[in-house]
Write a protein that binds this ligand. Structure first.
Ligand SMILES: *[C@@H]1O[C@H](CO)[C@@H](O)[C@H](O)[C@H]1NC(C)=O
Ligand SMILES: *[C@@H]1O[C@H](CO)[C@@H](O)[C@H](O)[C@H]1NC(C)=O
Ligand SMILES: *[C@@H]1O[C@H](CO)[C@@H](O)[C@H](O)[C@H]1NC(C)=O
Ligand SMILES: *[C@@H]1O[C@H](CO)[C@@H](O)[C@H](O)[C@H]1NC(C)=O
Ligand SMILES: *[C@@H]1O[C@H](CO)[C@@H](O)[C@H](O)[C@H]1NC(C)=O
Ligand SMILES: *[C@@H]1O[C@H](CO)[C@@H](O)[C@H](O)[C@H]1NC(C)=O
Length: 494
């Protein structure tokens, strides 16, 4: 059991945060803190990683695949992600990964506490600034490697996939295309509450194991019943090994809901993580709240930690807890409102998105009222589909339909060049998985579709470039001929 948990969390860790002690070339770029206000002259060091092991070089115009960092504090090693590694092999590409400002080591003032406490610094945490950072580094990298003929494709997962999409729209001359993996694009910047996330978590459990689904469904009442007993909350404190006394059973319920959600979101193609949760839940050692708390101990107790109930919830109105999570909370308050909540009709406790609660929370913490729609405003359009199709092309949206975030994803082809690749069996960032020979067939098929599209973009780029060089060449020949004729006429006439 503990091993299964290790597996899930190893995978989550692999997808979100990867350590750098594996011979990667880590570099730092001196980045402007504010790209748009010239009186602000401060800078910070932005971390990035280059893997040129398989790169065929600038002369052959071999592509550069750039992975944008998201809200993780550890550096992404690009070579552990499926579609990136396969691209490196297929196209002899360079792999680059760039950390997002205010995360990991790319933190202004060298301290997230100081950076978040100073409003002039904090204001520089925005989508536009982050996009400009990526543009500066890619530009500088291409110049330093003389890689002017190397096309660039940008890639991101989740929120970073939205960045890749926006990057392609804003800097089409830098990136020939973008891949957004498991990006719930329609969630950002809207205030319309959404509950699709929890419905999919629910459906995943139901499809997998109906008994398990029912056990979870019933467990909430059991937990509430315990809480109502005499010293009930103290009993729950003990069951769950809490760090501080619980204020209500709601805290435990939300935390459990988050655990089930993560299990569904990151489920592997072989269902290992979900099966192990379900085996534990349906074993019914003594009672369901007993099983549920055993699950917890396996998870938190194994690491010698007590249970923190005040983490940011994936889907609920957030409760920022520390300065490192404050960066994401700030982005969500300032630009990327994420109106995801659970309605009554799922197996998870109901917790609808409440804009008033969110506004109060943002006001209290940062003194600002959320500005919805900002990321869409960047492109001067109120309508997501329109802003995508009007402004550009060459974007792939990939979604696994078992991923709860697919409820906010682009699941249909919007044009000839804005392509949706969906797999009914995939979960969060399925195309980034690197299993190797054991990859299931559906995964290989989906990934090959993406590589085929990359290949079309790259060929098109080289075709145009060649066309360009040809036309420059023909102008030379033309002038040469003219001169020759003129010379001929002149000598003939004289
Ligand atoms: C660079 O990427 C390639 C392809 O993914 C991988 O085989 C190689 O191990 C990576 N090199 C390093 C130093 O990580
Ligand atoms: C490019 O070279 C300059 C000068 O050495 C350096 O300051 C800069 O950081 C380099 N850029 C990248 C992306 O490596
Ligand atoms: C995993 O579970 C899904 C249903 O939730 C099922 O369609 C799929 O076949 C299972 N995969 C394996 C390898 O058992
Ligand atoms: C965040 O940083 C501020 C300023 O340094 C500090 O006062 C505060 O305690 C920090 N908050 C947390 C939760 O660490
Ligand atoms: C939303 O939150 C506010 C403030 O916390 C609360 O007063 C209100 O009742 C909530 N609305 C709903 C529909 O739950
Ligand atoms: C979108 O078009 C591509 C071919 O360009 C196809 O492979 C893919 O299945 C289509 N996506 C959807 C969701 O129909």
């Amino acid at each position: 059991m503990a091993r299964h948990w290790m597996f899930i969390f190893l995978f989550i860790v692999l997808l979100s945060e990867v350590s750098t002690d594996i011979g990667l070339k880590v570099s730092y770029y001196t980045q402007k803190l504010d790209h748009f206000q010239h009186q602000e002259s401060r800078t910070f060091q932005q971390r990035f990683v280059v893997n040129d092991t398989l790169w065929a070089g600038a002369k052959s115009g071999a592509p550069i695949i750039v992975l944008f960092g998201g809200i993780a504090d550890d550096m992404y090693d690009p070579s552990i992600y499926g579609v990136l590694t396969f691209s490196a092999v297929k196209f002899e590409a360079m792999l680059v990964s760039i950390e997002h400002r205010f995360y990991g080591e790319s933190i202004p003032m060298n301290s997230i506490d100081l950076a978040m406490a100073d409003h002039r610094t904090r204001d520089c945490l925005s989508v536009k600034q982050a996009l400009q950072d990526f543009a500066e580094i890619v530009h500088s990298l291409k110049a330093n490697w003389s890689a002017h003929n190397s096309p660039v494709i940008v890639v991101g997962m989740g929120y970073a996939g939205a960045l890749a999409t926006w990057f392609r729209l804003m800097y089409p001359e830098i990136a020939i295309g973008a891949l957004a993996s498991s990006t719930p694009l329609s969630y950002y910047g809207s205030t319309t509450p959404r509950d699709g996330y929890c419905s999919i978590v629910s459906r995943d459990f139901q499809d997998m194991d109906k008994t398990c689904y029912k056990a979870i469904y019933d467990s909430w009442k059991d937990i509430d019943d315990v809480a109502l007993e005499r010293h009930g909350l103290a009993k729950l404190d003990q069951f769950f090994n809490t760090c501080r006394p619980l204020k209500s059973s709601e805290e435990v319920k939300q935390k459990l809901a988050q655990l089930y959600s993560m299990t569904a979101q990151y489920v592997d193609p072989y269902n290992t993580s979900m099966s192990s949760v379900c085996i534990e839940l349906t074993a019914r050692r003594t009672s369901i709240e007993g099983s549920v708390s055993v699950l917890y101990r396996e998870l938190e107790g194994g690491k010698g930690k007590c249970f923190q109930s005040d983490l940011i919830q994936v889907y609920s109105p957030f409760e920022p807890s520390s300065n490192s999570t404050a960066a994401w909370a700030w982005l969500r308050c300032n630009e990327l409102i994420f109106p995801v909540g659970c309605e009554h009709n799922t197996m998870l406790p109901s917790c609808p998105f409440n804009i008033t609660r969110m506004e109060n929370s943002c006001l209290e913490r940062f003194g600002i009222v959320p500005h919805p729609r900002t990321p869409i405003d960047l492109f001067g359009s109120q309508n997501l589909k329109e802003s995508l199709t009007k402004l550009g092309g060459n974007i792939i949206f990939s979604n696994g339909l078992r991923d709860p975030f697919s409820s906010g994803g682009i699941l249909k082809n919007l044009s000839n060049t804005i392509t949706a690749i969906t797999t009914s069996q995939g979960s969060y960032c399925w195309d980034m998985r690197l299993i190797g020979d054991n990859d299931p067939e559906w995964l290989k098929i989906g990934r090959d579709k993406e590589l085929e599209i990359f290949s079309q973009w790259i060929n098109h780029f080289h075709h145009i470039n060649k066309g360009h060089s040809l036309s420059v060449c023909s102008i030379f020949i033309y002038f040469f001929l003219l001169e020759y004729i003129a010379f001929y006429i002149c000598t003939y006439l004289s």
